[in-house]
Design a protein around this ligand. Structure first.
Ligand SMILES: Nc1ncnc2c1ncn2[C@@H]1O[C@H](COP(=O)(O)OP(=O)(O)O)[C@@H](O)[C@H]1O
Ligand SMILES: [Mg+2]
Ligand SMILES: [Zn+2]
Length: 475
């Protein structure tokens, strides 16, 4: 390995250790600097390679993505190398290294030690959100894969970063043949030579999400796992059904974590099915990365820590790790308030279907998004919950703390006043920014609500607080 490279501005860069390599190149740290260098493997003539890469990287430099967690090329390397200089991502490791199961490991213990379900859902929600943001700007990532997504090395954090920026493409650019990772590339890339699209990104994302959440690849069933390499190739070319196919059980799997459906919300279960069944041949049937981001954040919201083990469970559902039955959980339901009558909803528990709520005048409408609160761990409601339309969904609005009994404290950490309204509508408490207040939960009266507005008659989002027991059916 040569110890230095030069960039096209004439700077000499001393290389330190190798950070990784993929199918296309090596990545090294630059000694004593916050930079990394990627050198591509040379195939064919250098001039041809360098020209193409430069063109692509120039296009990437023009993309409006400075604010997204995507590694951006800073400057090209000079001859004889083909490659570029980029920012070094310190304290981050490839997802494959940290979140896909190593061989011979006690699966559940390893899963919980690497952040469990909550961290995986959060990492995937951030990844889906980043892909969706690229898509909304007309950019396709191209190769979402476990080696191209970096995650925080400390397992109490959940940041993500995308590397491999030489794959980024403008949606309408059809000039380049697709680069994909076997087992993750969408069927139309693998067998029809189609070009990459937002929907091929969504397919690869779904495979990655499945693999990460369940420690099982969605197309690798027991026979594929045990069988000859040809079977694996068939699975990676999607000539076999996915492992949880609703009719065809020929590729069933006992690999990974048991009881997959217990680890998901109904929406997420439906998204996997839509992607791997109808969406296999019909890309337009796949949920988009924006759909995934929304559903994954909603799943994160509904999750609480189990009081009997170190795992996470969904509110009002048994713990998937230790089987503990749910006690009483505090849930907030997020509603869109569009008219004065929404205030007269009956309590959610009285509805025969926990996914629906029966109103005082006999309405039957879908229950609002559910946010579960751990006792003793304040929950931050953000613009995602409290604003109808938001430029920054993660901006904090209010924190909610529950003592495990009948007391809930609400602190306004946003920049606008909010209203706390008693269930009978008699008490209105205005909470300016920086102030907090305590409310009492009482089973005999309709729940308090927190309104993200100071004008209760304008359209706004509101949150009701309610203690619920075990659900009769899964969410
Ligand atoms: N900017 C970076 N900072 C730290 N590590 C990186 C960086 N870019 C890439 N890596 C490491 O190098 C590996 C290969 O990089 P990548 O660009 O994906 O190469 P390839 O195109 O060959 O797949 C990544 O999986 C990651 O481990
Ligand atoms: Mg790569
Ligand atoms: Zn448990």
């Amino acid at each position: 390995m040569e110890a230095t490279v030069r960039d096209v501005r004439g700077r000499t860069l001393p290389l330190a250790e190798r950070l990784g390599h993929g199918a296309e190149g090596h990545v090294n740290r630059v000694r004593d600097s916050p930079l990394a260098v990627k050198r591509l493997f040379l195939r064919g003539s250098r001039a041809h390679h360098a020209g193409l890469l430069e063109e692509r990287l120039r296009a990437v430099a023009r993309m409006p993505i400075e604010d997204l967690p995507v590694a951006r090329p800073l400057v090209m390397l000079a001859e004889p190398d083909v490659g570029f200089v980029m920012e070094l991502l310190d304290d981050m490791v490839p997802l494959e290294q940290q979140m896909l199961p190593p061989y011979e490991v006690e699966l559940v213990a390893w899963y919980l030690a690497t952040g469990g379900l909550r961290r995986r859902l959060r990492v995937l929600a951030r990844l889906a959100g980043t892909l969706a943001a690229l898509h909304s700007r007309g950019v396709v990532y191209g190769d979402p894969s476990p080696g191209n997504v970096l995650v925080s090395e400390p397992t109490d954090q959940d940041q993500i970063w995308l590397v491999d920026p030489d794959n980024l493409a403008v949606e309408s650019d059809g000039s380049r043949s697709a680069v994909y990772t076997p087992g993750y590339g969408a069927p139309e890339l693998v067998s029809r030579g189609s070009r990459i699209s937002t929907l091929s990104d969504a397919f690869a994302f779904a495979v990655l999400a499945h693999h990460t959440l369940f420690a099982a690849h969605p197309f690798v069933g027991d026979e594929v796992d045990d069988g000859p390499v040809e079977l694996e190739e068939a699975a990676h070319a999607y000539r076999m059904p996915w492992i949880d196919h609703s009719e065809d059980r020929s590729n069933a799997s006992t690999l990974g974590l048991p009881g997959r459906q217990r680890l998901l919300t109904r929406t997420l279960t439906g998204y996997f099915r839509a992607t791997f069944e109808e969406g296999l041949r019909a890309p337009a049937r796949r949920p988009s990365c924006a759909d995934w981001a929304t559903a994954l954040w909603q799943a994160v919201d509904a999750l609480i820590s189990c009081r009997s083990c170190s795992g996470h469970r969904f509110a009002a559902r048994a713990c998937p790790w230790c089987g503990a039955t749910p006690g009483s959980d505090l849930v907030c339901r997020v509603w869109l308030h569009a008219g004065p009558d929404v205030f007269s909803l009956a309590r959610a528990e009285e509805a025969p279907d926990p996914g629906r709520v029966v109103g005082a005048r006999g309405w039957n409408i879908p229950a609002g998004e559910l946010v579960a609160i751990d006792s003793g761990r304040p929950f931050e409601l953000t613009a995602r919950h409290g604003e109808i339309r938001s430029d920054d969904p993660h901006r904090p609005l209010s924190t909610v703390s529950w003592d495990g009994g009948s007391r809930v404290r609400v602190a306004n950490v946003g920049v606008r006043a909010v209203l706390l309204v008693s269930g009978d509508g008699q008490v209105h408490r205005r909470l300016p920014p920086g102030r907090d207040a305590e409310i009492e939960l009482r089973p005999d009266v309709p729940p308090w609500r927190l309104c993200f507005t100071s004008d209760p008659l304008s359209p706004h989002r509101q949150v009701t607080f309610d203690v619920v027991g075990p659900a009769r059916t899964g969410r």
